[in-house]
Design a protein around this ligand. Structure first.
Ligand code: TYD
Ligand code: MG
Length: 466
């Protein structure tokens, strides 16, 4: 006996409701409820997937663990993000916009891990297409020669069949590309609908937990950044890795936004090459190009993203506005924040920027949201405005307040150390940032720490009172 019923799901949070509502009661979003026909087959739901005796309660001390065993991921950067490797029985969501390189990253995992038997299920590409991609990836350094044997490809989209094959093969790692293409028989709605995504994800989670096999699930995210089909996935999985970046640039950022087994403030940078993704272990070197001739409008910021300090070049172009309303464009930086900094420059430091176009760009197509970039943004705008290059080997790390004061930022010691390591000679920071302890030590380090109180004094330092 099958019963068809209509259910409404919120496309923002996945909340289920028996009737339509203008506003989702769970997340408060307006007009997000979508109707879905759900046909549940009686007594069948979950049976084939679960098929296990009911668990008994156990005392914490009696639970057996295999002592934090982690499966190596074959790449030091991915391991760092996951907190040391892949935890057996965990489910990891790899999310990103289409074309960012999720399938490439997932296929590279078994290639770099010696002897890791992987079942790669693809509902998006045919095994032939995967083979063509794999041939390209095989040219990378450090690829396991046996990867061709250990990596098993399955072109299947029905969840029940996937789980059956996975139980037969019992791989060390199961990769699903992607959750939006697979569907389960126990639901009548079409693949990638909220109920299908939710049901398939929980079926896979059950498989992961009872077979102790780690599962990596690829999920597409929509333009506004939410994980399509939708946020429900984030609650179910153990870790969410988000792959982001500008597809026109070669650099991609892999960020952990949820991790039950490690820190969430980790990030790794990858470069897309013709042989697949290559991890960039020293991002500062690529994000701060060394220039022979000096250019105006460029300033280097000592930022921290996640746990990682790195230096990034900020570029600004200030020119006379061609039209009545000046253009303000920021790439990789919050444009509202840029407008605020321009208003601060205008009001507190007396710069007439209101009739100028201002364009701002972060190197490498990366997005930076660290407030410590403020000072470098201001320095690059001023440098372009006066057309005076800043002295090379100078960097900045401070937030700028609404009254033009230069404010302290978190973990300044790490920023100074990173700048010094890369051979920078001067760093501009807030006078309220250094504790006495570091100040003493700072005297011996090879970098000159310049404490500036407000924007006019920064100008005096940089442009000799212009
Ligand atoms: P893909 O992994 O298919 O992205 P996703 O699964 O996230 O949709 O890869 C996307 C892009 O990467 C594709 O446009 C081509 C490019 N690419 C390379 O530049 N070099 C390579 O070696 C590979 C495999 C892909
Ligand atoms: Mg793909």
């Amino acid at each position: 006996m099958t019963k068809v019923k209509s259910v409404w799901f919120c496309s923002a949070c996945g909340n289920e409701s028996p009737k339509w509502m203008g506003r989702c009661p769970a997340c408060g979003e307006w007009n997000t409820m979508v109707e879905e026909q759900v046909r549940e087959k009686k007594n069948e739901r979950g049976k084939s997937l679960l098929g296990k005796a009911e668990p008994e309660p156990v005392a914490l001390k009696d639970i057996a663990t295999d002592n934090d065993r982690r499966i190596p991921a074959g790449d030091a950067e991915i391991e760092r993000i996951l907190g040391g490797g892949i935890v057996p029985g965990s489910m990891i969501l790899l999310a990103g916009e289409p074309g960012i390189g999720k399938s490439t990253l997932a296929l590279q995992l078994p290639m770099h891990c010696r002897g890791l038997r992987t079942l790669y299920v693809s509902g998006e590409e045919s095994p032939r297409q995967i083979k063509l991609r794999a041939n390209r990836l095989m040219q990378q350094e450090g690829v396991d020669g046996n990867a061709g044997e250990n990596c098993i490809i399955l072109g299947e989209t029905l969840l029940e069949n996937i789980v059956r094959h996975a139980r037969e093969i019992s791989p060390d790692l199961l990769i699903i590309d992607s959750i939006q293409t697979i569907y389960t028989d126990s639901m009548e709605s079409s693949a990638s609908s909220v109920s299908q995504v939710r049901e398939c994800a929980s079926g896979l989670l059950r498989f992961a937990k009872d077979s102790n096999t780690p599962v990596i699930v690829i999920g597409h995210i929509t333009k506004d950044g939410s994980i399509a089909g939708p946020k429900v996935l984030e609650h179910i999985v153990d870790a969410v890795l988000q792959f982001e970046g500008d597809t026109r640039h070669a650099y991609r950022v892999l960020r952990s936004i949820k991790n039950r087994f490690g820190s969430t403030s980790e990030l790794a940078i990858f470069e897309m090459t013709d042989k697949g993704l290559r991890s960039v272990s020293n991002p500062s070197e690529i994000l701060t190009p060394m220039r022979s001739g000096e250019l105006s409008g460029a300033a280097v910021s000592a930022t921290i993203d996640g746990n990682r300090p790195f230096l990034i070049e900020v570029q600004a172009l200030v020119s006379t506005a061609a039209y009545g309303t000046p253009q303000r464009t920021a790439t990789g930086f919050d444009s509202k924040r840029m407008n605020m900094l321009l208003a601060v420059l205008e009001k507190r430091a007396g710069f007439r920027l209101s009739a100028k176009d201002v364009f701002l760009n972060m190197a490498g197509g990366l997005r930076v949201s660290d407030p410590a970039c403020d000072l470098a943004v201001i320095a690059s705008i001023l440098s372009s405005n006066f057309d005076i290059p800043l002295s090379p080997r100078t960097c900045f790390a401070a937030e700028v307040g609404l009254s033009g004061e230069i404010r302290p930022v978190a973990r300044i010691e790490n920023r100074i150390t990173e700048a010094e390591r890369l051979g920078y000679r001067k760093i501009f920071i807030s006078p309220y940032n250094l504790n006495e302890n570091f100040r003493g030590k700072g005297k011996d380090c090879g970098i000159e720490i310049i404490e500036v109180q407000h924007i006019p004094s920064l100008c005096r330092y940089l442009f000799n009172d212009r």
